[in-house]
Ligand binder design. Structure first.
Ligand code: ZN
Length: 660
């Protein structure tokens, strides 16, 4: 059936004699469907780019930058599958089958772009609209079969070439970045390296290093014993993207564009960009692809940036013809369960969605990618700045198959699986204390597993004798809440210590100093200016903040004394607008701003000026609000005014609002 007229050949729908062969048999029909799939994918990619640029309030893509060619390929495969079904229909019902097949094909050609441009419309509604248009348009084309045939013959190579060009673009961009990095000046021989390890979502209060009751951090304990441990370090924002943005630019969050839906723009210089200008090889290895990938803007200045793995599930997730039906199933499941009043099918529907999220990159993979780059790709004559982001402690609290449960247990029931896999989304209003404890145990397992993986990396670096000339810095971007304050879970929800208190451990090159403990209040935003000072590159640096280097130089006393009154700002706009099920989160506070100074933390809600004040030394859990305490009034007024000054807003009202 690959030559001559067959039931798959095109025929005039009105029953007129069929024109010259347009689609020669099965092979030609499948080539036609494949070409239509590629074209549908190209239209989808164009729609995605235009939508993100001009229509969508969310400017983060959330998929690999390779989507520009994987989407057309996925669509082509889906169209091939559709073509097989339609071809079978034509064989069974030659006249009606042809009539239906070409209209369905035409409808699916434009459906992905329609789904992308106006996602608010139900997919089934768009399909009906597309079919309606196809029913009107296809007969017109059928009357011009020869012209359509020529268009297809010439158009198919163009479409294939376009997909090929898009496929080569990400690789060419990588080569260009490396070439540009290789053309910069080479630093002096012996210049030290910097390795920045960011343990995403690791709360200082869950580390044995900071007195936690469980031994979750033997590696960090050991590193701190030959470096410096900062006891009062705070994140500038209580979730990933703005916190990393502050770490990379030295700026407070309100000075930056980064937000729930906005990447970091190019307005501020980044640490990686500055070090690349100084001739450093700069490389990032990212596990949190949600908020640290290429679309976050955090890749600016890196000559190498490894984020999304290039996998089949990632490619499927990026194609709207795959993701939208799964979302539809999940929505229907949620409606059904809301109607029933108990979760019957929602967990299964979420499991279906989790199949496309199977690209979670574990710490071992991040380590492997970094060490491979170090051994085989890094320019040999250049020092390097490497940024490793680990996602193992982030929800879902799943210990990798190679890991062990030290404090919790693997899920044994459907409810425990729900708590593990869907912790962020589940209804927190009626959680039993044992359920919160179950999740907390798993989180501690994940933290300990991550600590173990950091240890393996350190071992590998010592084998390579890298650390003798390297500053090793270990931090977290924010912490994690488990209901310590009413209704506050996860992160990005509050400015309490549970989400802001982060570890900072700095190990100098070939350190033989006994461990130091720095109790001074510091911020993650102090890292860029600290790192350029570590490398002796302060000249020309414009990074603001307080350098941490002076705090870790050998001092007479093992514990540094407070020398000034450093005040550290933190901000958050709670409520993740990307969370489609956010009504299940209990607390939806307005924008918050917080100030910390030695011994105290101050939190203000920006809509009502309601305030909280906590004495951290006596009340590290922040359970006793002192904002109404006359004895703390001076502290309150000082911190209130300093907060207003730092965020550049109007002065506080003469009489502040009441506490919470
Ligand atoms: Zn994070």
């Amino acid at each position: 059936m690959t030559s001559g007229r067959t039931p798959l050949d095109h025929a005039d729908p009105a029953g007129a004699p069929a024109p010259a062969v347009v689609v020669p048999g099965w092979l030609g029909f499948l080539i036609l469907t494949f070409g239509c799939g590629l074209l549908a994918g190209l239209l989808e990619v164009g729609a995605v780019v235009l939508h993100k640029r001009f229509l969508d309030s969310n400017h983060l893509y959330g998929v690999s930058r390779h989507f520009v060619w994987t989407v057309p390929l996925v669509d082509a495969v889906l169209f091939l599958a559709l073509g097989i079904v339609l071809g079978a229909a034509i064989l069974a019902w030659p006249v009606q089958g042809r009539r239906v097949a070409f209209r369905v094909m035409a409808a699916f050609l434009v459906l992905p772009a329609l789904l992308v441009v106006v996602p608010q419309v139900y997919g089934i509604a768009w399909l009906i609209v597309a079919l309606g248009v196809a029913i009107r348009v296809v007969p017109v084309l059928e009357r011009r079969t020869e012209r359509v045939r020529r268009l297809f013959v010439w158009g198919l190579p163009v479409v294939i070439l376009a997909v090929g060009a898009l496929a080569s673009y990400p690789f060419a961009a990588d080569h260009y970045r490396c070439w540009r990095g290789a053309s910069s000046m080479v630093p002096a021989p012996g210049s030290p390296n910097v390795i920045l390890l960011v343990l995403d979502t690791v709360a200082a209060d869950h580390l044995g290093l900071y007195g936690y009751s469980r031994p979750t951090s033997p590696t960090l304990d050991e590193l701190a014993s030959r470096g410096a441990r900062f006891d009062a370090a705070r994140a500038t924002w209580s979730w990933t993207l703005p916190s990393h943005a502050g770490m990379f630019t030295g700026r407070w969050s309100h000075e930056l564009s980064a937000g729930w839906l906005e990447p970091l723009d190019a307005a501020r210089p980044t640490l990686a960009g500055y070090l690349a200008q100084q001739g450093y090889a700069t490389a990032g290895f990212i596990a949190n692809t949600l908020y640290c990938a290429w679309d976050s803007g955090l890749d600016r200045g890196f000559t190498t940036y490894r984020d999304f793995p290039l996998t089949a599930s990632g490619a499927l997730k990026a194609a709207v013809l795959v993701s939208r039906p799964i979302e539809g199933v999940q929505t229907a499941a949620r409606w059904l369960d809301d109607w029933l009043g108990f979760p019957l099918v929602t967990p299964k529907a979420r499991w279906l969605g989790s199949l496309l999220d199977a690209d979670r990159k574990d710490a071992a993979t991040v380590n492997r990618q970094f060490l491979h780059w170090l051994d085989h790709e890094k320019p040999s004559q250049r020092p390097f700045f490497a940024f490793l982001n680990y996602y193992d402690a982030h929800y879902p609290y799943q210990v990798p198959p190679t890991g062990i449960h030290r404090f919790g247990v693997a899920p044994r029931t459907a409810r425990e699986a729900e708590l593990t896999l869907n912790w962020w989304l589940i209804d927190k209003k009626n959680l039993a204390p044992s359920e919160i404890g179950f999740a907390r145990d798993l989180y501690d397992d994940c933290v300990a597993h991550l600590d173990e993986q950091v240890g393996r990396l350190v071992d590998a670096l010592e084998l390579r004798n890298i650390l003798r000339n390297t500053w090793l810095i270990v931090v977290a971007d924010h912490g994690e809440s488990f209901g310590e304050h009413e209704g506050v879970f996860c992160h990005g929800m509050s400015l309490y210590q549970t989400e802001l208190h982060v570890p900072i451990v700095i190990v100098p090159p070939a350190s033989s100093q006994p461990g130091q403990i720095v109790s001074q209040t510091v911020s993650l935003r102090d890292l860029p200016t600290s790192i350029v000072e570590m490398l002796g590159l302060e000249r020309g640096s414009t990074f603001p903040g307080t350098s941490l280097v002076s705090l870790i130089k050998p001092v007479d006393a093992k514990v540094n004394r407070l020398q000034s009154l450093p005040q550290v700002l933190s901000e958050v706009v709670p409520n993740n607008p990307l969370d489609s099920d956010r009504t299940r989160l209990m607390v939806k506070p307005p924008p918050l701003v917080s100030l910390a100074e030695p011994g105290w933390s101050y939190i203000r809600r920006e809509d009502s000026w309601s305030e909280e004040l906590f004495h951290l030394e006596n009340d590290p859990g922040e359970s006793h609000d002192r904002s109404q305490d006359p004895a703390a009034r001076r502290v309150l007024e000082r911190m209130r005014d300093a907060t207003s000054r730092l965020i550049g807003e109007r002065p506080a009202p003469a009489v502040a609002g009441s506490g919470h």
